[in-house]
Design a protein around this ligand. Structure first.
Ligand code: DGJ
Length: 742
């Protein structure tokens, strides 16, 4: 049993293998948060402090024995809360804010009951962690404010073996209330610590430089990350870590919070005046004003939570297993990916069918497995100013039908993939000319173009259905094994001509539900296709998208040295097998930097692997090298798809080199990669200590034929003697020999 209820004290204890989450409904029915951390047995309610504090109000029912408010020790402003509400007397950041039709706001939720259910709950229209029935249990706690006509069900999923707890909330307007209830904030999760001295680690950047870790020491006040763009964004990822101030890769308490949502979001950590810490995460609520008629519900997205008492490394291992096993779905979950050549950086919009076939022939000759035709194959699309929405192959440009092109690619021995951008429309397109009101913009007002395109109103079923019909006609017309789903702008003029609700907050949420509905249908209809998410690189790189697309293009920045940092940051939550990376030509199109081909491949090998260059431009030597790389990837990709990652030396400022290793779950294989960042004259003798090996097993280093024990490799390390030259790299592959050390 992972979910325990102590009826005498009304304490809920959620136990996973290594962690405990605990709550208590107090005598008044306030649902208090007691604890989330390394596993404990017994009740931690003795840590609650009931003290009279000036300027921290007391709920009226806690008026004390004389009924005149003399017991001032109970305050929702000081006690740790499970789902705090605005207007309840808790003056900190709250999880829920509601109002009536006449503008009266606030509510006071009290415990009303609970139910423990087998298996893992799902969420209507939203991505959610999934698990086999025997691997999860669900707890639903029901809260209500009868006077305000508000009901809330808090949903908890406990995946004990995976050390994961999930949370979501369902907000309901009571059936018997008069008029609509409006939801103005509804967080997915709120966690309170009765102490401070915590740091946050967030993953920040911009287009072309996504998910670079940044660490922030929390002081009194609030630190918030958010997106107001309608997609999770390049700037801040919907993933946040809180940790002990001295936590590192292998030590200290760390908590990871991963939001399964791809739209605007907000996550904040606040230290209150009594030096307690609160974390709140959920959908962006800047303009949320969601009406609920009596009896209707609003579901928040899900937040998945992990905790590790041994630093970021173990937290990452738990998150990687969560993403691979319980978020990604379908035939491609956990499967090694095909090695592909993508036409984008090779040809941009300048290609014909013959160009693509020639690329295919050369790629096949190098040992690749798939050719992907990126943007530019449909409608009138020779640059990014036209054609979006016209999902008809441009046979004139291609010089052949899509079916013929696919046939020719398959004739080379490769599989065939295609790029689409379903949510967008160009003003210069037949679709827009026929349905100008399908684009999101306010009639009669100036609007914002981005990449010369507009966003389609995916809140409307007829819009989604038409795009679905057009795209599925294309996918049915030819043999296609891979689809890259792009999205190249943010929402700005949020308006729906097909809705009576013109409110931006309502529409943004419904837009995201529309996108998910579209993706659900597409992936269900084509279960064998490998879908890759994309959003101008990694602008929608989140756990919500991974529920539909088993991998996401990590960044448009393919400079291997920049990628070291981007992939390092991404690796804290997202495993290699979901992270798209390709080898591109040098000098790099974005940075102008030249990096050795070997290093470019070693970096891309630490994610899904492919090439983003024109094979015709390669020298004979480069072709030989690429042939060898592809052979290596074929050997190592199963390891990369299922491995345990060890970040050995991070690519931080001033680090002379960086190193990481993939170790198989059974600890029999290890691939260590190191890249030299700063070549120095008379350099020190660099070495790196490996992690995660079996100390009592012998390992054969393939290259030099030497045998070492796991203990030696982890205690003495391996010398990086050959790590030389600007951005030089080495890879060491170790395989357990069958002999066990005595
Ligand atoms: C942005 C993507 O990130 C690129 O890889 C490429 O597909 C372009 N869009 C195509 O327009």
């Amino acid at each position: 049993m992972a979910i325990l209820y102590d009826a005498s004290q009304r304490i809920f204890t959620l136990q996973t293998m290594h962690t405990t989450y605990q709550m208590q409904a107090d005598g008044f029915g306030h649902l208090l948060h007691l604890y989330y951390g390394p596993r404990i047995e017994g009740s931690s309610s003795y840590m609650l402090q009931m003290r009279d504090r000036g300027f921290h109000g007391n709920p009226s029912e806690a008026g004390g024995p004389d009924g005149r408010g003399r017991d001032r020790t109970c305050s929702l402003d000081t006690l740790p809360q499970e789902y705090p509400c605005a207007g309840s007397g808790d003056q900190r950041q709250t999880a829920l804010a509601v109002r009536d039709e006449d503008g009266v706001s606030g509510c006071r939720l009290r415990y009303r009951g609970h139910e423990v259910l087998p298996g893992k709950y799902g969420l209507p229209g939203l991505p959610a962690v999934h698990a086999a029935p025997e691997d999860a249990e669900t707890l639903r706690i029901d809260l209500a404010d009868e006077e305000a006509g508000v009901e809330v069900s808090l949903w908890y999923g406990v995946l004990a073996g995976a050390d994961v707890i999930t949370r979501a909330a369902e907000i309901r307007a009571s059936k018997d209330r008069r008029g609509n209830l409006y939801v103005n904030r509804a967080a997915s999760a709120c966690v309170d610590w009765m102490y401070d001295r915590l740091d946050t680690v967030t993953f920040a950047g911009r287009y072309g430089r996504e998910r670079i870790p940044q660490r922030q020491t929390l002081g009194q006040g609030r630190y918030v990350i958010e997106s107001r763009r309608g997609h999770s964004g390049h700037a801040l990822n919907p993933f946040m870590i809180l940790c002990d101030r001295d936590a590192g890769e292998t030590h200290g308490r760390t908590w990871g919070f991963l939001l399964l949502y791809s739209g605007s979001f907000s996550a904040g950590a606040e230290v209150d005046p009594l030096l307690q810490t609160r974390f709140v995460m959920g959908i962006g609520d800047e303009q949320l004003d969601y009406p609920l008629a009596p009896g209707e519900s609003f579901f928040t997205p899900e937040c998945a939570m992990c905790c590790s008492e041994q630093g970021f490394g173990i937290l990452t291992h738990r998150l990687h297993r969560l993403v691979r096993t319980h978020i990604v779905r379908g035939e491609w979950a956990g499967r090694p990916r095909p090695i592909l050549f993508n036409s984008w950086e090779a040809a941009y919009f300048r290609f014909t069918g013959e160009t693509i076939v020639r690329m295919g022939m050369e790629a096949a000759e190098l040992g690749a497995e798939m050719l992907v035709m990126d943007d530019g194959w449909f409608g009138k699309r020779d640059d990014d100013t036209s054609g979006l929405g016209d999902w008809y192959p441009n046979e004139e440009k291609l010089g052949m039908s899509l079916a013929k092109l696919s046939e020719k690619i398959h004739g080379t021995g490769l599989q065939f993939g295609l790029w689409i951008e379903p949510e967008m429309v160009s003003e210069d397109s037949d679709l827009y000319r026929a349905h100008p009101d399908w684009a999101m913009k306010v009639p009669g007002r100036a609007f914002t173009r981005s990449r010369s395109q507009l966003v389609l109103d995916f809140t409307r079923r007829e819009v989604r259905d038409e795009i679905f019909a057009r795209i599925s006609a294309v996918l049915d017309s030819a043999k296609i094994e891979y689809v890259k789903i792009d999205c190249n702008r943010s929402l700005s003029d949020v308006y729906s001509a097909g809705s009576t609700w013109q409110n931006r907050g309502t529409l943004e949420y419904r837009y995201m539900l529309g996108v998910y509905d579209f993706l659900e249908k597409l992936t269900a209809r084509y279960p064998q296709i490998l879908f890759e998410g994309c959003c101008g690189g990694g602008g929608r790189f989140d756990a919500g998208m991974l529920y539909y697309t088993p991998q996401i293009w990590c960044s448009d920045n393919t400079d291997a040295v920049e990628r070291l940092q981007i992939q390092y940051g991404s690796s804290f939550a997202y495993p290699a097998v979901v992270t798209g990376a390709h080898v591109s030509a040098c000098p790099n199109a974005m940075t102008g930097r030249t990096v050795p081909l070997r290093t470019r491949a070693a970096v891309a090998m630490s994610a899904t692997f492919g090439y983003e260059l024109n094979p015709s431009g390669l020298t004979i030597g480069e072709k030989e090298e690429i042939r060898r790389q592809i052979q290596d990837v074929k050997r190592f990709r199963t390891l990369a798809a299922e491995c345990v990652l060890y970040r050995l030396v991070p690519p931080v400022k001033d680090a002379p080199f960086t190193a990481w290793a993939y170790v198989s779950e059974d600890r029999r294989q290890c691939l260590m990669t190191a890249v030299l960042l700063d070549p120095q004259a008379n350099a020190p003798a660099y070495r790196v200590r490996l992690c995660g090996l079996d100390p009592d097993r012998s390992y054969l280093e393939e290259e030099n034929g030497e045998i070492y024990t796991g203990r030696m490799l982890m205690e003495c390390g391996v010398p990086l003697t050959d790590l030389q030259g600007e951005y030089g790299c080495i890879q060491i592959y170790l395989q357990a020999t069958y002999a066990q050390v005595d």
